[in-house]
Write a protein that binds this ligand. Structure first.
Ligand code: HSE
Length: 297
């Protein structure tokens, strides 16, 4: 049996729209076993497609097609604690799970950077699939079918509070809400801040976390689709977060907290979540950075 474990990811990290993402300590697993016919099931009751349209299976098949090998019949069992349509990389976890499972079945025919290229071509952008594969904070450029990526470990002195609402936000809707064009000023606002993401998260420059994660390209448009989102930003800052941003396309809001201040932050946040009617939809999940990425055993 092959077992693949893939971390959740938090893309964009504010200013790094479609380019930067980081992995966190929540894991989907997929097992693959030989079988006579295709069998796909979920071990935790998550509703998933169980036919050939299943994303893990489609991604697995993509690698077999790429190397010109016939696709075997397999039994796939998925465990999906990463919530769907919440901006935590659930679809990337399926894509990376399928590709890594197939790669093991084929005797490790592809290097990780080749798997990243395939994963990005399935997902459309690299900022979730890259940290899912590599862990840490990854910066990526996707150009002419090629992916250039750099991975850096996230400082252990930072922890992550995922504020996950009960409502979904489909990536397609969150992308449709964005303007077709942006101004020069808005572009400069983001690219100057995105250049600070690596020092802020990976090189101890925590004084830069807040400015590094500010954005003018996507968050304000998406927050209009996220009831309680703007208030959550204010409350998380008030409780001591060093940075707050929309995770991926939403609907999760990610707060970045210094480890030494985490207990106070979580205690204060829980009071707000329990008492503020505008924040009732949100629950809090305590996460760490994952600097390892997906594993296969
Ligand atoms: N960069 C993507 C977006 C991540 O913000 O739309 C969601 O998959």
């Amino acid at each position: 049996m092959i077992k693949v474990s893939v971390p959740a990811t938090s893309a964009n990290v504010g200013s790094g729209f479609d380019a930067v993402g980081l992995a966190v300590s929540l894991y989907n697993t997929v097992t693959f076993e030989e079988a006579d016919t295709l069998q796909i099931s979920s071990s935790d009751g998550t509703v998933i497609p169980t036919g050939e349209d299943n994303l893990v299976y489609r991604s697995m098949r993509r690698l077999f097609d790429e190397v010109g090998k016939p696709v075997p019949a397999v039994k796939i069992v998925q465990t999906n604690p990463i919530p769907m349509a919440r901006g935590l990389g659930s679809s990337s976890a399926c894509i990376v799970g399928g590709l890594l499972g197939a790669n093991r079945m084929l005797g490790e025919v592809m290097e990780k950077h080749e798997l990243l290229r395939l994963a990005t071509s399935i997902e459309g952008h690299p900022d979730n699939v890259a940290p899912a594969l590599y862990g840490g904070l990854t910066s990526c450029v996707y150009e002419s079918g090629e992916v250039y990526s750099v991975k850096k470990n996230v400082d252990r002195s930072l922890v992550f509070a995922a504020l996950i609402p009960s409502y979904e936000l489909m990536t397609s809707a969150a992308r449709a809400a964005l303007p077709k064009t942006v101004t020069h000023k808005e572009a400069i606002y983001n690219l100057s801040r995105a250049a600070f993401l690596v020092p802020a998260f990976c090189d101890g420059r925590h004084d830069l976390l807040r400015v590094a994660t500010q954005d003018s390209l996507h968050q304000s448009y998406r927050l209009k689709l996220m009831p309680g989102g703007e208030e959550m930003f204010a409350v998380a800052h008030q409780c001591g977060a060093r940075a707050v941003y929309v995770s991926g396309a939403g609907s999760t809001i990610m707060a970045v907290v210094e480890r030494h201040a985490a207990d106070g932050f979580y205690t204060a946040m829980k009071v707000h979540l329990a008492e503020d009617p505008a924040l009732k939809a949100f629950s809090l999940l305590r996460l760490e950075a994952d600097n390892v990425g997906a594993t296969v055993e």
